[in-house]
Design a protein. Structure first.
Length: 358
C-alpha cells in the first residue's frame, strides 16, 4: 500500500484527471499531472503539473522519477510513452489494457475471445474492402468507425449501402471497422474496479442516453431485471480478470430487445457514466481508482441513493444558478474557461431516496 504523502502520476489533464486529483489529495496523496494542453482542468486539483508532450522522452523520464505510480485518464496514451514509463514505474492499469482499448478491431476480437457478445463487425482499410465488409455484415445498415482515436461519436459515419460504406472509408482516411447497427432496447454501462489483490467491486449498472454521440444522462438503477444487472457485473469481471487489471474500467453495453447484453466498447479509465458514484456511493469511482492504483483495499460499491447524472454540455452550464438552488442537485463544474458547443463543462447528480428515482 502506498502511504499518504506518496505521489500518484496521472497522464492527461482533463476533467477526469481533475476529479481523480480531488479524490487522491483527499486521501493524502500528492497528485502529479502530465499533459501537453495549454488549459488543464486537472491542474487546480493537482500538487504538481508537468506540461509536456507524450513524445518527450526526457520529460516523461523526469515525471517517472517524481512519482511512485503512473495512471492515466484517457485511453489514447501513445504506446511509446506507456512503454517508456512502464520500464520506470508501475503503470496501472497495465499496458495490455491500452493495447486492447486503443484499437476497435483488437478490442472486438478480445471481447469475442472471452465469449462475450458484440455487434457484428468486419475490418476495412480501403473502399473495396469496405464494400466487401458491408456485404459480409448482411448488406444492412452499418456504422463505419475509425479503428483508432474516435470518441464521443467522432470518427463515425452511418452507411446504408456498400457505396456509402466505401465513401465513408475515403472520408475518414484511416483503417476502420464496420459494425452492424444493433437495434438495442437501451444502452447500459458498468463501471467496476479491480484492486491490486484481485478483488473486484462493480458499481450498479447505469442506463445511459446519448445524443449526437455524446452522453447526456445516466440513471441508476437502470430499471432492468436483476438477471440483466448481474450479467452486466459478470461481464465487467470477466474483462477485468482477462486484462489482469488494476483500477477502474468503464464497460459500455447494448441491451438487445430479447435481454441479451452486447459489449460496445471498454474504456480503461474512470468513465463519464460512473460520475453518479460521486454522490450516491461511499467511495466514488475516482476514489476507487486511486485506491486501486495505490494498492489500497477497494471500498464496497454499494449504492446509498438513486441518482440521475446529467452532463452539462456547452450552454447547459449557463444554468448553474438554477441548478445550484435545487436541493437534491450535486453540481460538479470543471473550471473550463470557454463554453463551446459539444464541450463537457460539468455535470449534475440529482439524488433520490433508494427506490425513488422518478
Ligand atoms: P461509440 O463511440 O462506439 O461508443 O458510439 C457512440 C454511440 O453511437 C453509442 O453509444 C450508440 O448510441 C451508438 N452506436 C455505436 N455503435 C453502434 C452500433 N453498432 N449499433 C447501434 N448504435 C451504435
Amino acid at each position: 500500500m502506498l502511504a499518504p504523502g506518496s505521489t500518484i502520476g496521472i497522464l492527461g489533464g482533463g476533467q477526469l484527471g481533475r476529479m481523480l486529483g480531488h479524490a487522491g489529495t483527499a486521501l493524502g496523496f500528492h497528485v502529479h499531472i502530465y499533459a501537453p494542453d495549454a488549459e488543464l482542468p486537472a491542474a487546480e486539483a493537482a500538487t504538481h503539473v508537468t506540461r509536456g508532450a507524450y513524445e518527450d522522452a526526457a520529460a516523461l523520464t523526469a515525471f517517472a522519477a517524481a512519482v511512485d505510480v503512473v495512471t492515466y485518464e484517457f485511453e489514447n496514451v501513445p504506446a511509446s510513452a506507456a512503454a517508456l514509463l512502464n520500464g520506470l514505474k508501475p503503470v496501472r492499469p497495465g499496458v495490455k489494457a491500452l493495447d486492447v482499448a486503443q484499437d476497435r478491431l483488437t478490442e472486438k476480437d478480445f471481447l469475442r475471445s472471452l465469449g462475450l457478445h458484440t455487434a457484428p463487425y468486419a475490418a476495412a482499410d480501403s473502399g473495396a474492402t469496405a464494400e466487401a465488409a458491408f456485404a459480409a455484415l448482411g448488406g444492412r445498415e452499418a456504422i463505419v468507425k475509425t479503428r483508432r482515436l474516435g470518441y464521443d461519436g467522432k470518427g463515425q459515419v452511418r452507411a446504408r449501402n456498400a457505396a456509402e460504406a466505401a465513401a465513408a472509408l475515403r472520408d475518414l482516411k484511416a483503417p476502420c471497422i464496420l459494425e452492424g447497427v444493433v437495434p438495442f432496447a437501451g444502452e447500459l454501462s458498468v463501471v467496476a474496479a479491480r484492486g491490486l489483490d484481485g478483488t473486484i467491486a462493480a458499481f450498479d449498472a447505469a442506463a445511459n442516453v446519448h445524443r449526437e454521440g455524446i452522453l447526456r444522462t445516466s440513471r441508476v438503477p437502470a430499471q432492468v431485471n436483476t438477471a440483466v444487472g448481474a450479467e452486466a457485473g459478470r461481464i465487467a469481471g470477466v474483462i477485468l480478470e482477462a486484462l489482469d487489471y488494476v483500477g477502474v474500467i468503464g464497460v459500455e453495453l447494448f441491451l438487445a430487445v430479447g435481454g441479451a447484453l452486447l459489449v460496445n466498447e471498454i474504456a480503461p479509465r474512470v468513465h463519464n457514466t460512473g460520475h453518479w458514484t460521486m454522490d450516491a456511493c461511499a467511495a466514488s469511482q475516482f476514489e476507487q481508482h486511486m485506491r486501486a492504483v495505490a494498492g489500497w483495499p477497494l471500498k464496497p460499491a454499494a449504492r446509498w441513493a438513486d441518482c440521475e447524472m446529467e452532463n452539462l454540455i456547452g450552454d447547459d452550464v449557463l444554468n448553474w444558478r438554477a441548478i445550484a438552488a435545487e436541493p437534491n442537485a450535486c453540481l460538479h463544474l470543471y473550471g473550463k474557461s470557454e463554453v463551446r458547443a459539444g464541450r463537457k463543462m460539468g455535470h449534475v447528480n440529482r439524488l433520490y431516496p433508494l427506490g425513488g428515482l422518478p
